[in-house]
Design a protein around this ligand. Structure first.
Ligand SMILES: Cc1cc2nc3c(=O)[nH]c(=O)nc-3n(C[C@H](O)[C@H](O)[C@H](O)COP(=O)(O)OP(=O)(O)OC[C@H]3O[C@@H](n4cnc5c(N)ncnc54)[C@H](O)[C@@H]3O)c2cc1C
Length: 491
């Protein structure tokens, strides 16, 4: 087990551990540790407990809300915990530091007929981090979030004791309590009145919930995930990816609505608004797949097919939908082989990559600048109204921003790019207004990224004090000193 002690030693020799994809500056810690097994991790957590040292857990550091960034204390990185067990039936055991890309690679050689459905775009995400954030992504429309695909988790609690929680073994009963041999009795307390379908804000408190689901999505506040048993799905024979580009920006939501109501079984239904396509064309990444001329906005769909006849039928239906929406033939892209999949992945990924590049450029002249990204969702039928409201907020503030995301789940990301220091405060206000708008529409302040250090303050917009008090009580019952993820605070 490697340990670095001293604030200067960590920042000089391992500066990477103080940064993540949120771009938040100012993280620091007193020491950092890289265990290479669950036993070493537990030993280090016990050492922190004996010294009352706060502990932040760091995975792949692809998180965008700074949950993995410490504010003093110790950091434990899972990046050396890389074991992958054999595929048994449709399950596989992994250590927390295995990345999604490494799992895909192993499955492609050992079990090509199976796959792990959650895909949060960033394949450098660790599986421990995905479990801790209950990551989802475009395909969660059909496959749900990571939670659905976790059968059990090996955890180390804040006092350093290891515990394994298996789905189905322990649930919160009708009185809202749950008794576990190692954890004692836990009580749910007040739970949200209208839980959202897709929601990553705070704990997923539900009547009758499985104990495992309390830990999944808890963002490292309740325990360290050291290992997971993942469930795998059968790979479909064919995956069809299509993009319907509308020539008229006003055509975006009628088209998305028509696709959503078409009866097609959609694996993903995504949108990019006009500002996204303009932004992608302005200063393209080298080798980027660009939107075609005449396109104003895009509806992207992914579907599964079991054979040629079904593939033909799906492609025919998509063509009909495009024609009925007034889209000319040149503005429809569709395909279904490996090369097409890479092309589509590159098209979708180039937008966030370009946003990040723009921020990095700006940071050269304004060091504290970061991207302001919203992650709110509303009931899917209201997605078009939500988009209009978001645009009114961004445009009304005179800011530049793109809006894209998971239309099938009413989940839209607004990325606001401040052009200088003067716009940073207005960008933050914009994020607050978008979150408030989502809550007023019955939605959530965070649908997939979690709250981390950047968004904990939004939880109070969404839940009454009693619900937040319940979450805090659960947190304190497992971590009385409040040492785990101390910098993640809710209000
Ligand atoms: C371009 C881009 C696109 C993205 N798209 C999506 C998307 O579509 N959907 C989505 O859900 N997310 C998305 N993300 C966010 C991110 O990829 C996910 O949140 C991912 O699950 C984080 O995993 P990680 O290993 O990088 O975790 P980190 O960033 O290292 O940590 C995230 C949080 O989990 C905690 N944590 C990490 N490992 C553990 C562990 N072993 N035990 C306990 N707690 C732990 C950390 O303390 C922190 O609070 C995107 C990010 C980027 C940069």
């Amino acid at each position: 087990m490697r340990i670095l002690q001293g604030t200067g030693a960590v920042s000089e020799r391992e500066p990477g551990i103080l940064t993540d994809e949120s771009g938040m500056a100012g993280a620091w810690c007193d020491e950092a540790c890289w265990p290479s097994s669950a036993a070493e991790a537990a030993e280090y957590v016990r050492s922190c407990a004996s010294r009352s040292l706060p502990l932040t857990i760091s995975g792949g550091r692809t998180g965008v809300v700074a949950g993995a960034l410490p504010d003093g204390g110790a950091v434990l990185s899972t990046c050396l915990m890389k074991r992958i067990g054999p595929v048994e039936g449709a399950t596989v055991a992994v250590e927390a530091g295995v990345t999604l890309e490494e799992l895909w690679h192993r499955l492609s050689s050992d079990a090509p007929g199976l796959f792990f459905p959650p895909d949060p775009t960033e394949t450098a995400a660790s599986l421990g981090g995905m479990a801790a954030t209950d990551a989802s992504g475009s395909d969660s429309l059909l496959y749900g979030s990571t939670r659905r695909w976790v059968g059990s988790a090996d955890l180390v609690l804040p006092d350093g004791s290891p515990v394994t929680i298996v789905r189905g073994d322990c649930a919160f009963g009708p009185g809202g309590t749950c008794r576990h041999p190692s954890l004692g009795t836990l009580a749910l307390g007040e739970i949200p009145a209208h839980p959202n379908q897709k929601d990553a804000a705070g704990y997923a408190l539900r009547e009758g919930m499985d104990l495992l689901d309390l830990f999944l999505g808890s963002e490292g506040t309740l325990g360290l995930v050291t290992g997971l048993v993942l469930r795998l799905a059968t790979s479909p024979r064919t995956i069809i990816d299509a993009v319907l580009f509308h020539p008229d920006p006003q055509g975006l939501w009628p088209l998305a609505g028509a696709v959503r109501q078409s009866g097609l079984v959609l694996r993903a239904l995504e949108v990019m608004d006009r500002e996204c396509l303009d932004f992608m064309r302005r200063d393209p990444l080298p080798g980027a797949v660009l939107p075609p001329e005449g396109a104003s906005c895009a509806v992207m769909v992914r579907l599964e097919s079991s054979g040629d006849a079904m593939t033909d039928s799906i492609l025919g239906r998509l063509d009909d939908l495009a024609t009925a929406s007034g889209i000319p033939g040149g503005l429809v892209w569709a395909g279904f082989d490996g090369a097409w999949d890479s092309r589509m992945r590159s098209f979708r990924h180039s937008l966030p990559e370009m946003v990040n590049r723009e921020i990095s450029r700006l940071r050269l002249s304004v060091p504290g600048i970061r991207k302001y990204g919203s992650d709110s969702a509303v009931p899917p039928a209201l997605a078009g109204d939500f988009h209009a409201g978001i645009r009114a907020i961004i445009d009304g503030a005179g800011l530049a921003g793109v809006v894209f995301g998971h239309a099938g789940q009413g989940h839209l990301h607004a990325n606001v790019l401040p052009r200088g220091e003067a716009e940073m405060e207005a960008s933050e206000r914009c994020m607050q207004e978008i979150a408030r708008l989502a809550v007023s529409m019955g939605g959530t302040v965070s649908a997939e990224h979690g709250l981390g250090r950047l968004k904990g303050g939004l939880l109070g917009m969404m839940h009454p004090p009693g619900v937040i008090a319940s979450m805090t009580r659960l947190r304190r019952s497992l971590d009385p000193e409040g040492r785990f993820a101390r910098a993640i605070r809710w209000a």
